[in-house]
Design a protein around this ligand. Structure first.
Ligand code: AMP
Ligand code: FES
Ligand code: ZN
Ligand code: ZN
Length: 329
């Protein structure tokens, strides 16, 4: 196996590029893909103050590493979600990454700073953990960026993530979600700009980036997100990718090129006015004098007695058992 660029020994084969690369030229290819995404979608400037939302997983550590490597000014933000050992370990990976490189990392803890965690919020609201988790993260990313005077929030969403979400939205023909599924959300109404520089790189490529660069990351997936429907969409797309390499990239990047412009009018028409939350001041879509969804979540969850990760896992296991019994009967 030879590197496409230098003909030296290759360390990775990338069927979608119909090529193999040595370590150096693999890194070069990844940097070029990120630079192209940043340039094509006007994501970032070298003078921007950037806040990278880092989970301790491969994608967000890789994007932070790449941005620093490319000469951007980027600090990190970690949200401690209180998902037992998984959260403790992922925080450890994130803190070690920042310490070793002398990078600035801010940590926000749901339990210490707001009096709840994700397992408890899931039980208090009676909804799946990912729902409280997503809402908490979105709110805290926005707040940290606004309070810290950052110009833009970066997340580690990659090609596989975006293609899976696109697949889900297209299966439901959710036109409003489709219209807003863009790699750049401009700042508006007190929300910061948000960008996804890894849209042209796959999950496998990000894992390889971390291995080549010597970045340790949490390999385990969140234990309570199992059964999340995006995982099923990813598996379905992987089957297609295996048969026909490049399918995922042409599906998602083709959507951005050819379908997103058609839907642009729908996205713009959703841009209505907002009022500040009477508790935290964050922008809300509600009427004058209303409280935002995050403050309502905090109120319900902090009043609930703490719930362990094990309890949530037990509940989801017994739900699965009941579903399979129904299916078999
Ligand atoms: P996920 O929602 O887990 O698919 O993660 C998507 C992106 O959100 C990651 O690539 C990170 O940029 C960010 N993110 C996820 N979890 C956290 C966390 N606990 N703290 C900070 N950022 C996070
Ligand atoms: Fe959000 Fe697991 S990381 S529910
Ligand atoms: Zn090479
Ligand atoms: Zn609020």
């Amino acid at each position: 196996m030879k590197c496409r660029t230098c003909r030296g020994p290759a360390i990775i084969d990338l069927p979608r590029h119909n090529a193999n690369f040595c370590a150096e030229h693999f890194l070069q290819m990844c940097r070029r893909q990120v630079e192209k995404a940043i340039h094509d979608h006007q994501m970032l400037n070298k003078t921007d103050r950037i806040l990278v939302a880092v989970s301790g997983g491969k994608d967000s550590l890789a994007v932070w590493d790449m941005l620093i490597d490319l000469g951007y000014q980027a600090d990190g933000l970690y949200v401690a979600l209180g998902i037992g050992e998984y959260s403790e370990e992922s925080r450890g990976y994130t803190e070690r990454f920042a310490d070793e490189r002398g990078l600035k990392l801010t940590v926000v803890s749901l339990r210490d700073d707001y009096g709840y965690d994700i397992p408890t919020a899931s039980r208090a609201t009676g909804r799946v953990p990912c729902s409280a988790c997503g809402m908490s993260k979105r709110h805290l990313f926005d707040k940290a960026a606004i309070d810290g005077g950052y110009d833009v929030v970066v997340t580690g969403h990659n090609l596989d993530d975006e293609a899976a979400v696109l697949f889900g939205n297209a299966l439901r023909w959710d036109v409003e979600y489709l219209a807003r599924q863009l790699p750049v959300l401009p700042s508006r109404h007190g929300f910061p700009k948000k960008v996804k520089p890894l849209i042209r790189l796959s999950e496998r490529e990000m894992a390889a980036w971390c291995v080549v660069r010597g970045i340790d990351y949490i390999v385990d997936e969140c234990p309570i997100a199992a059964g999340n429907k995006h995982i099923g969409f990813k598996e379905a797309l992987n089957v297609l990718e295996e048969k026909s390499p490049g399918t995922k990239a042409s599906y998602y990047l083709g959507f951005l090129d050819r379908m997103a412009p058609v839907l642009a009018g729908i996205a713009a028409s959703g841009a209505d006015s907002v009022t500040p939350c009477t508790r935290c001041g964050a922008p809300t879509g509600g009427e004058e004098g209303s409280v935002c969804a995050f403050c309502r979540l905090v109120e319900r969850s902090a009043a609930h007695e703490p719930v362990s990760v094990e309890l949530i896992l037990k509940k989801s296991r017994s739900q699965k058992r009941a579903q399979s019994e129904v299916a078999q009967s």
